[in-house]
Design a protein around this ligand. Sequence first.
Ligand code: HSE
Length: 411
Amino acid sequence: MQVAIMGFGTVGSGVAELILKNKNSITSRSGQKSFDIKYILDIRDFSSHQLANLFTKDFNDILNDKDVDVVVETMGGLEPAFEYVSKSLEAGKSVVTSNKELVAAKGYELLELAKKNNVNFLFEASVGGGIPIIRPINQCLAANETDEVAGILNGTTNFILTKMIDEGMDFDEALKLAQANGYAERDPSADILGHDAARKICILASLCFQKHVYPNEVQTEGITNITKEDVDYAKAWGGVIKLIGRAKKLESGKISATVGPCLIKNGCQLASVTDVFNAILVRGDAVGDVVFYGKGAGKFPTASAVVADVIDCAKHLEKRKLLGWGPAENDYVITPDEQSSSLYIRAAVADYNKTLNEINATFDGAQILNYEGASQTEISFITPLMNEKDAREKIAKLNLETKNILRVLDY
Ligand code: HSE
């Protein structure tokens, strides 16, 4: 069996190294007589690399070679990844990708193209890096109706929040450390603004609920607004702040899909996920809660998932695996306004006691938060569980100088 790798960055080079390192066991597990890398596509110069003879700069070498059975796409970005993946599928080659941007934006189209051409399009590495999650949802949990899928889907932001929680760093200091450790990119916006997690929750929601969900349908908020005060109020409440991607099925059959920093109680399994680790909770109607935990990024964890998909393609060269979902539907993803939430609010106050009375008069059962050393020029509280639009209207009527509003999750 012959494999082509498109994109020799961190993940692509990890894929090549892993295939070479574990060649014997991979070949035997694939059920094939051989398991070889025939091409590596990259526009950069690798003429001194030990695999120099495999490199090409021309995608047509891969496309026109009938011996290439499986194409690995680890280039990232939408173009030319979408063009190359589409053409590969049309040419009867199976494709494996780690590219969450591609799957979130074009997953439905590419899965349909794979179906039409009787080949496989697999993307285990696109969510949670090395953590098995796509295959477990598609196979092991297939007997369940999924009620909810939620998780810590971004390692960089989890590292930043962990430093803020455990070491009292502020956001800027923690971001600099994440960059120094090579977790955050020099332009970290996709991570810290929540876009990376939004792409991943789109893929999970599409798979769990069987209709394509696009990133622009996910209400997305990053962690740039989180301060040490928020972290301390969350601690006083008995929890932590985590960036959570969440998709939940509603009684109406619609879903809500959000990414944002949330308060979660310390007892919750997601609360103990620290540093760059990821965890994904799937709530099934038969199985209950199942949590998948591990390294959500990095060269070899991600390559582990990619190569396993290539092995799966090798096992299914003649027979397509059933994996997919239907097209997107208008008004299927509700605005967060329509969902029920409990909200955390931190606001500046001129007269603490007066505001306290107003909050108690407005929200029956509001929980006022306090910690030793908290400034009396601020107030923080948690609303009862209620329609989010109603809660936000009530907060607006309080006429507070709001510093932060976060959801409180009930895991
Ligand atoms: N930037 C991503 C993260 C990489 O920090 O989780 C994996 O998608």
